[in-house]
Design a protein around this ligand. Structure first.
Ligand code: NAD
Ligand code: UDP
Length: 311
């Protein structure tokens, strides 16, 4: 028999793909979202399913429901969007975690936190292992997101230690794929949209900074596997694709794959932009028997097809 599952941030990029996956696996899904960066268009195709419900609600306010599991994804994830209202971003991470952990405690539900590689900041350890405590500027422009997510991790572990809440913390590295918002400002959506519309490709800095890009289906497989582990597994567990690219390499791949005539232009690197990022996924391999299967070009192909329908 399926479970009843709450997905906060369920109308966003990862959340809407997760809702679809959980429904396909035979579960009942409640999608909670305030539609700040999410969109009903991402979930409209699920609305005829009697096992799917949508709740317009802000996670900074308490919410009560009876469910077996909670996936806590509510939080803007693109730098432009999370810096748009920095105070609200911190409130969403911190108060959202308190409200959802309080709910999990009361109803004895399992709860998974969508944490982030940003908890490592601009890392001095490469690749990043879960043991690394990070290198975060606590007062910088990215701190509303980084420190909000770090505080949320602290809340998760304290609810676990003090109240035996069944927690799972997943540290997600850059993930891309269909249902990303074409205007969210992240590098994969920006480059594909710029290439498809023949606009200049904007590289911030000299393009030598690195990221490791994971396709959404791979990431969600890992996320659901972590939720399905026994109560002794709390994480944190890194999830991402360990194949590392420079941002310049990404731009060149996107230009080649789209056959675009776009030119590369260089703009200033935003403050505190991490110079390198690559997950060590040894823990996920051992605990979850998980690793990404979809190489960058295969994932980009599907993502480019998706964005073509959005022009
Ligand atoms: P997204 O912006 O597409 O989705 C976030 C969703 O949360 C949106 O639907 C938004 O409307 C909703 N939301 C925001 N504030 C809310 C609030 N106060 N109350 C209720 N809903 C709210 O981003 P995404 O890429 O799908 O990211 C989902 C989660 O995964 C986020 O928590 C993010 O920090 C985390 N994450 C994502 C990535 C990635 O590469 N995609 C990497 C690391 C972590
Ligand atoms: N970036 C870029 N051009 C863009 C958007 C982003 O060069 O149009 C760079 C950005 O400065 C960063 C990397 O791409 O070094 C990844 O940015 P993104 O916003 O996708 O995510 P981050 O990993 O920084 O949170």
């Amino acid at each position: 028999m399926g479970k009843r599952i709450l997905v906060t941030g369920g109308a966003g990029f990862l959340g809407s793909n997760l809702c679809e996956k959980l429904l396909n696996d035979g579960n009942e899904v409640i999608c909670l979202d305030n539609f700040f960066t999410g969109n009903k268009k991402n979930i409209v195709h699920l609305m005829n399913n009697p096992y799917f419900e949508v709740i317009r609600h802000d996670v900074t306010m308490p919410y009560f429901i009876e469910v077996d599991e909670i996936y806590n994804l509510a939080c803007p994830a693109s730098p432009i969007q999370y810096q748009y209202n920095a105070i609200k971003t911190i409130k969403t991470s911190v108060m959202g975690a308190i409200n959802m952990l309080g709910l999990a405690k009361r109803i004895r539900a399992k709860i998974l936190q969508a944490s982030t590689s940003e908890v490592y900041g601009d890392p001095e350890v490469h690749p990043q292992t879960e043991e690394y405590w990070g290198h975060v500027n606590p007062i910088g422009l990215r701190s509303c997101y980084d420190e909000g997510k770090r505080c949320a991790e602290s809340l998760f572990f304290n609810y676990h230690r003090q109240n035996n809440v069944r927690i799972k913390v997943l540290r997600i590295f850059n993930t891309y794929g269909p249902k990303m918002d074409k205007e969210d400002g992240r590098v994969v959506s920006n480059f594909i949209m710029q290439a498809l519309t023949k606009k200049d490709i904007t590289i911030f800095g000299d393009g030598s900074q690195t990221r490791s890009f994971c396709y959404v289906d791979d990431l969600l497989d890992g996320m659901v596997k972590l939720m399905n582990t026994g109560d002794e597994v709390t994480g944190p567990v890194n999830a991402g694709n360990p194949v590392e690219f420079t941002i310049l390499q990404l731009a060149e791949i996107v230009i080649r794959m789209t056959g675009s005539s776009s030119k590369i232009i260089y703009e200033p690197l935003p403050a505190d932009d991490p110079l390198q990022r690559k997950p060590d996924i040894t823990k996920a391999q051992a605990l979850l028997n998980w690793e990404p299967k979809i190489p960058l070009e295969e994932g980009l192909k599907k993502t480019i097809e998706y964005f073509k329908t959005k022009i």
